[in-house]
Ligand binder design. Structure first.
Ligand code: BGC
Length: 582
């Protein structure tokens, strides 16, 4: 969760809980359908992506087809059958464009090609075609806020103050008598000033992240045109959409005013903590997103947003007033619930479910510590992994998985500073060890290097791989992997889980998170024991207008009986039970 605190620390999460949750509040799930993009796939008017399970792939670590220790595109293609078996409908591949890799692909030097480490455009075409045969759509990561300093656009911009591309980036004069100080107090998310001095021209350029990641100037219409063309080019190659990277920092205050500093606190990099009101969330951002959405709509594509927000109103804005911005803004406030707390999850689900937009749930990704050890207590981590899967995969909305969560991969953080590959960990060590830990190679088998590669992989494989790997877990009916698979099958086939309203139950219970998904009289009930003590749960369904006394078990993480009384559901410590009322 390191990224979250860094990006949200200065902001108080001053949120107001909506009025009582339950039937009334949840009467109208978003059934709106865009004519072009969102062809309905069911009677409710839901589009494919609303029922889909997305799966994030970190290409460097997923599957290595040529044994060089680095994952690649043909490697991903070779695992499509596995993903289909698991129940994945769409993959989002973290950046696979040519890049000097100062931020592992989030510094793009050419948007129209594939990083040679990962393969070729032909390999990408083959992946899309093979995916199509298996009904798996392919989405890419659109790093639209900044480029690499090695990108030819920036190279041109650097070449002189009068170059036509100069204004594609953000340049300012420095402050002080000799203009030797940065133009203002904005700090980089990766430490130090957000401005870098260019000795040749005497000006400073702006970078919210690393210095080699100069921010684009989205107020220049040429930037918009060129970046939109990038998306068209990929859509025409069969890409089904994009995850939009770091959209909150696309625009900065046009007057370049300082950010207010919050107290005397320092962050992991030793910089003052700022209230980021001038380098984030500027209103123009929404106009660009609306126009980008139009281009996506014209190509029947979807946009997932890396939408870090401080409150539900900010999240709502990303959907757009007329549901015309980001198709799927991910709710990162959900990932900020960092402990097994039913009240905190309940509150967050209520907000998002009641927001009017289609919720998008995510628990971890390449920037966020893995679920296994984030929520694990060190003793019941396997149960807790199943518990958390049962949460984000049974809520009303779309779920975005992260590779390896389905086998219980845990963070394998670097032990020594000299091993760190993520530059952010190098700068932040030891307070911030970077994100290598959540990016280690996928564990395919109990063979050397977890079957990922014969040569030593670019990051060390977690030592638990002999037990936690796809091959071993496939043949263990009680594994996390088989639990995920059953859950995904259920999610894809049960009408209440697909289309049902979310109805909070037993709202005062601080140990157990319980809710129903209710669709035309069909009720699926989910009971998640987030405590280390077995619980006997009496579900108060009558209060929600449902007359039922018993339920049949659809899935449980602890071997629950086939039928249970709704007056007393026994749920083991950290157990998950999912049933349908009778
Ligand atoms: C990506 C990170 C990356 C950052 C800066 C993001 O939001 O998810 O992995 O480090 O952008 O490039």
């Amino acid at each position: 969760m390191r990224k979250c605190w860094l990006r949200l620390a200065p902001v108080v999460l001053a949120l107001v809980l909506p009025a009582a949750s339950g039937w009334a509040q949840n009467q109208s799930p978003d059934h709106r359908v865009d004519p072009a993009v969102n062809k309905p796939v069911d009677d409710e008017g839901h589009a494919w992506w609303q029922h889909a399970v997305f799966y994030e792939i970190y290409p460097r670590s997923f599957a290595d087809s040529n044994n060089d220790g680095v994952g690649d595109i043909p490697g991903i293609t070779s695992k499509l059958d596995y993903l289909r078996w698991l129940g994945v409908d769409a993959i989002w591949i973290a950046p696979m464009f040519p890049s000097p890799e100062v931020d592992w692909g989030y510094d793009v030097s050419d948007y129209y090609n594939v990083n040679p480490d990962y393969g070729t455009l032909k390999d990408m075409d083959a992946l899309v075609a093979q995916g199509k045969q298996r009904d798996i759509r392919v989405l890419l990561d659109f790093v639209l806020t900044y480029t690499s300093d090695q990108n030819k656009w920036f190279q041109e911009a650097m070449s002189s103050r009068t170059n036509p591309k100069r204004d594609w980036y953000i340049w300012r004069e420095g402050k002080g008598a000799g203009a030797e100080q940065p133009p203002n107090n904005w700090t980089s998310n990766f430490g130090g000033s957000a401005w870098k001095h260019d000795a040749a021209s005497g000006e400073w350029y702006y970078h919210y992240f690393y210095p080699p990641q100069p921010n684009l100037n989205w107020r220049n219409p040429e930037v918009e045109k060129n970046m939109f063309d990038v998306t068209r080019w990929w859509y025409e190659r069969g890409i089904a959409g994009f995850r939009l990277d770091a959209v909150d920092v696309m625009f900065v205050d046009s007057r370049f005013q300082d950010n207010p500093v919050v107290g005397n606190e320092k962050n992991a990099f030793g910089d003052p903590v700022e209230h980021e009101i001038n380098d984030k969330n500027q209103p123009e951002l929404h106009g660009v997103l609306q126009r980008l959405r139009k281009v996506a709509d014209e190509h029947n594509a979807v946009l997932i947003g890396e939408t870090w927000t401080n409150d539900i109103d900010q999240l709502k804005r990303y959907y757009g007033k007329h549901s015309d911005e980001v198709t799927m803004p991910m709710d990162f406030m959900f990932t900020m619930v960092n402990k097994l707390s039913p009240p905190d999850f309940r509150k967050q689900i209520d907000w998002v479910d009641g927001s009017g937009g289609w919720p998008v749930y995510v628990l971890s990704n390449h920037d966020i510590q893995r679920v296994y050890d984030r929520y694990g207590d060190g003793v019941h981590n396997d149960q807790i992994a199943k518990l958390m899967a049962s949460l984000y995969l049974t809520l009303r909305g779309t779920a975005v998985m992260y590779y390896g969560e389905e086998i219980g991969m845990e963070n394998n953080d670097p032990k020594r500073p000299e091993d760190v590959k993520d530059s952010r960990g190098r700068v932040g060590w030891p307070k911030d060890k970077g994100r290598d830990g959540e990016r280690t190679p996928m564990q395919w088998s109990a063979e050397a290097n977890a079957g990922f590669a014969v040569t030593a992989p670019w990051l060390p494989v977690d030592e638990r791989y002999k037990t936690y790997n796809v091959s071993s877990e496939k043949s263990d009916s009680k594994s996390i992997l088989n639990y995920y698979r059953q859950l995904l099958t259920l999610r894809h086939t049960n009408k209440a889980l697909l289309d049902g309203k979310y109805v909070a139950l037993n709202e005062n219970d601080s140990n157990v998170l319980a809710y129903a998904r209710s669709y035309k009289g069909q009720n699926v009930v989910v009971v998640l024991n987030m405590s280390g003590v077995a619980q006997k749960v009496k579900l108060n369904l009558a209060a929600k207008g449902v007359e039922a006394r018993s339920a049949k078990t659809l899935l449980s993480s602890f071997g629950a009986p086939e039928r249970v009384s709704l007056n007393e559901i026994s749920v083991e410590a950290f157990g998950a039970w999912i049933g349908e009322t009778e």
